[in-house]
Design a protein around this ligand. Structure first.
Ligand SMILES: Cc1cc2nc3c(=O)[nH]c(=O)nc-3n(C[C@H](O)[C@H](O)[C@H](O)COP(=O)(O)OP(=O)(O)OC[C@H]3O[C@@H](n4cnc5c(N)ncnc54)[C@H](O)[C@@H]3O)c2cc1C
Length: 462
């Protein structure tokens, strides 16, 4: 980084908001994925004007800028693959307003998901997307990745709750999108264009979110199935039964056996375990929905059905699902956590296809995920120091993506494209759609300074 650029950055954000210390640069060289690349420096803006100043300078000097929240992304989205300036938004972390009357919250992008949850709880309200990383990931990151979670089938994803944004464009101009009104059909929906854009179009500096009254009652049950087809059919039947569960999770055979090998939970090693939760504003409402779900379980040849009688028992039933990611991550030196998503009726086919891919490449693939919205997490466990095994993992990932697309699904339901899936974008999106996406990127960012190299949009090397 040239001295004059360093000085210009310090003039914009202040000395204490600039770093080029090696230890910071190493910390900013990775996220939750396997990708690594160091930036030239990092800044901690405190205002939208700071962000604007940094982007104006970077645009003039043609230096890459990489917006960053908590760095929990799983696809290399915040990895500075071309060096440049990391724009860490963690110091813009104020909850600016909670208006129960208007059912909205206004926040800066560095607010951690769980901190908003904490602030909303005394009002009896919540912000539903609930990513599993919510204790650390930021709302700016959640918006930029359209984060979702366990409650997606009933409550949708971040996209469904963003009413309005303040965004700084790559040339430094500050723009507002959307409206604080619950309904608006005014102009193009620029808000939705930014949600899920992975920091490639603009830097989000303020977010207005719709919030919901929090259901006060819930019910939890679990069912195990010897045959995958029965579990798959149960999922489809639940989703057409007129009930929308607040969670419907699935754990496959390899996940159950891995959990058994690494904990004392002693789960039945069946083809699939389904975990269902219903919620409502009275216990009767939650119980009524759960009875319908249990009827569906019973009509589809379960080995066992269990209904939690109280919160402690519900916690016990959730234990297996909540331990899956952590247990699996410890089994081999490396893992890839994918998140392909298919229409719900194709869940059983997807699970069978994943097993076949594991056998074809002699790899341990353990699958769990959100059956209620068709989003599965096949976790491929491997030895990253074995180059031959790494090649098999790469081939298995390609087969997995081809399978999801063949089943009318998508490459990613939660974790985004980033670097990991950039090369597969054309599997899902036709040449016209790719051309339109690249044109949009060019309109916003003609010099390709904002988070370059991500999402397969880059035309620099063509
Ligand atoms: C254990 C674990 C569990 C996870 N569970 C889930 C889950 O259940 N659901 C889910 O969806 N994801 C999950 N993730 C992935 C990750 O947590 C989400 O993608 C999350 O939204 C990223 O937030 P972050 O603050 O860490 O963003 P980062 O990783 O720092 O950045 C992610 C992307 O957002 C961009 N960005 C960040 N802030 C801004 C901003 N203000 N303006 C513009 N662009 C910005 C970055 O440039 C980058 O492209 C999980 C990750 C881990 C490690």
């Amino acid at each position: 980084m040239e001295e004059r650029i360093k000085q210009a950055l310090i003039n914009i954000v202040g000395e204490t908001n600039y770093t080029d210390n090696l230890i910071d640069l190493v910390s900013y060289s990775y996220d939750g994925s396997q990708h690594r690349h160091r930036p030239f420096c990092a800044v901690w803006p405190e205002t939208a004007d700071h962000v604007s100043g940094v982007l104006k300078l970077a645009n003039t000097e043609k230096i890459a800028v990489i917006p960053r929240g908590a760095g929990t992304g799983l696809s290399g989205m915040a990895v500075p693959v071309r060096g440049g300036i990391v724009l860490d938004l963690c110091r813009m972390n104020r909850i600016l307003k909670i208006s129960i009357e208007d059912r909205l919250a206004v926040v800066e992008p560095g607010v951690v998901y769980a901190d908003l949850e904490k602030a909303l709880a005394p009002h009896g309200f919540f912000f539903p997307p609930d990513p599993a990383s919510g204790k650390v990931s930021t709302l700016g990151g959640n918006v930029a990745t359209n984060a979702g979670g366990l409650k997606g089938a009933k409550y949708g994803t971040t996209r469904d709750y963003v009413l309005s944004l303040q965004v700084v464009l790559p040339d430094g101009r500050i723009m507002r999108t959307g409206s604080k009104a619950m309904k608006s059909v005014s102009g193009y929906d620029l808000t939705r264009l930014f949600v899920g854009s992975e920091g490639t179009l603009g830097v989000v500096t303020e977010i207005t979110l719709k919030i919901n009254p929090k259901p006060s009652a819930s019910s939890t049950s679990l069912a195990t199935f010897d045959k995958l087809d029965d579990a798959g059919r149960a999922v489809s039947r639940i989703m057409i039964s007129g009930i929308v569960p607040s969670a419907l999770e699935i754990l496959g055979r390899h996940t159950l056996s891995a959990i058994n090998q690494n904990t004392d939970l002693n789960l039945p090693e069946v083809d699939a375990m389904l975990l269902a939760e219903t919620d409502g504003y009275t216990q009767e409402e939650a119980d009524f929905q759960m009875r319908r779900i249990i009827d569906v379980f019973r009509n589809n040849h379960p080995r066992q059905v269990q209904l939690a009688k109280n919160d402690r028992e519900a916690g016990d039933l959730w234990l297996a699902r909540k331990s899956a990611y952590g247990v699996l991550a410890r089994i081999k030196s490396h893992f890839v956590l994918e998140d392909v998503t298919v229409p719900m009726a194709n869940i059983a086919e997807l699970l069978k296809g994943i097993e076949a891919i594991g056998e074809r490449y002699n790899l341990q693939i353990a699958t769990f995920g959100h059956a209620g919205d068709g989003n599965l997490h096949p976790q491929i466990l491997y030895d990253g120091y074995d180059s031959e095994e790494v090649k098999r993992v790469e081939a298995a990932c390609r087969d997995l993506f081809e399978l999801a697309i063949a089943l009318e699904g998508t490459l990613t339901g939660e974790h985004g494209i980033g670097l990991s899936k950039a090369q597969y974008m054309t599997l899902e999106h036709d040449p016209v759609a790719m051309d339109v996406m690249r044109s949009i990127k060019k309109i916003f960012d003609p010099h390709d300074i904002l988070n370059p190299g991500k999402m397969g949009l880059d035309t620099q090397d063509e």
